[in-house]
Design a protein around this ligand. Structure first.
Ligand code: PGA
Length: 247
């Protein structure tokens, strides 16, 4: 299975900077790959209002790149969140039905910023998982170390066996703090014990082009925030991941 790289744009960007990002990303990645095929799966998660534009940009890029990717690799669209309610009278919410037409490949749930600033709980994350089940998308559930067991319990065994889990230590998010690979390896084990042995586990927290290699060796992929905001810089992160032996 190819490594999964998620570009988490959070609440950044507008229409003009989104278009610019794709132009910069495509130009730099083409240069860096230098004729090699793309061997990782990249998912871009813009804020809701930018999804349709990003979908258009991705479709154009993928049409151009048809022959330049290994099977199961390429660029996909993802969501940063979803409402815990279905479609209906929930002003301000975004339900699966509202975004299904944009063909999201995955939905990030329970990011620490959602837990911290929006008081999201593991029970709410479990309710959101049920909404993701309505989409042809996989849920990526973010947890810090102390949330591994409570989140697996809140999801229940059936849901827990279907999600991808991202280990995101709060102290490393947006801070430049480098989490030791031994610690990531240990928490990946704890996640596989609490979820399932087959669960794909990602790491997220200040990953950049200099550190991505070590993380993709011990995790199934990474979530990248700050280093994904500039298209040129993110293309370098992707190229660095791909250059890791065994990726
Ligand atoms: P960061 O963000 O790369 O800026 O630390 C990662 C994340 O929030 O998922």
């Amino acid at each position: 299975m190819p490594k999964l790289l998620i570009a988490n744009w959070k609440a950044n960007k507008n229409a003009a900077t989104t278009v610019q990002w794709f132009a910069d990303f495509a130009a730099e990645l083409t240069k860096r790959l230098d004729g090699q095929k793309l061997a990782v799966k990249v998912v871009i998660t813009p804020s809701f209002p930018l999804l349709a534009l990003a979908r258009q940009e991705i479709d154009t890029l993928m049409a151009d790149w048809k022959t330049r990717m290994l099977p199961e690799c390429g660029i996909e669209l993802g969501l940063q969140d979803i409402s815990q309610f279905g479609a209906g009278s929930y002003t301000g919410a975004v339900a699966g039905q509202n975004v299904a037409w944009l063909k999201p490949n995955l939905v990030v749930l329970g990011h620490s910023e959602r837990r911290q600033y929006f008081q999201e709980t593991s029970a709410q994350v479990a309710a959101k998982f049920d909404q993701v089940a309505d989409l042809p998308a996989t849920a990526v559930v973010c947890v810090d170390r102390g949330e591994v067991v409570p989140q697996a319990r809140a999801l229940g065994p059936a849901a827990a066996s279907k999600v991808i889990v991202a280990y995101e230590p709060v102290e490393a998010i947006g801070t430049g703090k480098h989490t030791g690979v031994d610690q990531v390896t240990q928490v990946v084990k704890e996640i596989k014990t609490a979820f399932t042995a087959q669960t794909q586990v990602l790491y997220g927290g200040s990953v950049d082009e200099l550190t991505i290699n070590e993380y993709v060796l011990v995790a199934d992929g990474v979530i990248i925030g700050t280093a994904s905001l500039d298209g040129t810089q993110f293309a370098r992160v992707v190229a660095a991941a791909q250059s890791t032996p065994m990726v």
